[in-house]
Design a protein around this ligand. Structure first.
Ligand code: ADP
Ligand code: MG
Length: 269
């Protein structure tokens, strides 16, 4: 099935959100319309404070929209669910649990019938998958930030959700490890029997383009989507092949230009 034929997985119908109540409200998102197809990798890019985390929290069901609706497989999202895995920038892991125990904690939510031995084996298999074989007994504090995010990804994948929601998962990681994590995510996503639907939030334009099938660009100021770009690079995607091409430079410049235009509008009121 080509991408265009796949059904919508997540649909936002005129979604708005404001913090606070009454006269004290702070509008953050204003009438967002967006459909994310099954198996699509969508990046949402926008400057700090534009409402990206708020958007992800709404998709996760951790927050409810103040206007509009969000549908998952055609049903309204009213709360969190195990079919949506989440990876945050920080605090994804319980610090008092080992890496393995963190993954098993996730597994218990979805595989209540699985034996302890099977869960341990599954957890270890996923640790290996993310390059952390043998480190299951380490606590988060004994792991680097990049390794902690690997554990968080392993946990999310072990739970086998249809949808993966990621909020700047690599933003706190140094450049070298960040590249390695991007490649890991590409590899995992490409390797899946069925590709997960991914919503990947970032403020990094290069990261957004490298990973996604489509990049949605948010405005700095008015809680709306400025534009979207379809990313044509073939899958499985290789970073080195992508970033050397002219197409990449052109796409990148188009996104940068869009940000500048938006910024100028904000500055000129
Ligand atoms: P981003 O993730 O793009 O940096 P957020 O979604 O975190 O943006 O925040 C969007 C806006 O909402 C920001 O202006 C932020 O200050 C504001 N905001 C975030 N959380 C709250 C809150 N709990 N109460 C009031 N305002 C908030
Ligand atoms: Mg954020």
């Amino acid at each position: 099935m080509s991408a265009e034929e796949r059904p919508d997985k997540l649909v936002l119908n005129h979604v708005s959100f404001a913090y606070g109540r009454g006269r004290e409200t702070v509008p953050v998102l204003d009438g967002i319309d967006l459909a994310i197809r099954e198996g699509e990798f969508l990046s949402v890019v926008g400057p700090s404070g534009c409402g990206k985390s708020t958007l992800l929290s709404l998709l996760a069901g951790l927050t409810r929209p103040t206007g509009g609706t969000i549908l998952l497989d055609g049903r309204e999202v009213t709360g969190p669910g195990v079919e949506r895995g989440i990876v945050f920038q920080h605090y994804s892991l319980f610090p008092w649990m080992t890496a393995r125990a963190n993954i098993i904690f996730g597994l218990k939510q979805v595989r209540s019938r699985m034996s302890a031995g099977e869960m341990k084996a599954l957890a270890d298999r996923h640790l290996e998958l993310v390059g952390l074989g043998g480190l299951g007994g380490k606590f988060p504090s004994q792991l680097s930030g990049g390794m902690q995010q690997r554990v968080a990804i392993a946990r999310a994948y072990a739970m086998a959700p249809d949808v993966l929601l990621m909020d700047e998962p690599f933003s706190a990681v140094d450049t070298k490890n960040r590249v390695a994590l991007q490649e890991l995510l590409l590899r995992l996503w490409d390797a899946g029997e069925t590709r997960k639907t991914v919503v990947f939030i970032t403020h990094d334009i290069d990261e957004a383009i490298l990973l996604a099938d489509r990049v949605v660009v948010m405005s700095a100021s008015n809680g709306s989507i400025l534009n979207e770009f379809h990313i044509p690079f073939e899958r499985p995607r290789r970073r080195t092949a992508v970033i050397r091409g002219e197409t990449y430079v052109r796409m990148r410049n188009a996104v940068v230009d869009l940000f500048h235009e938006d910024e100028e509008k904000v500055m000129n009121g």
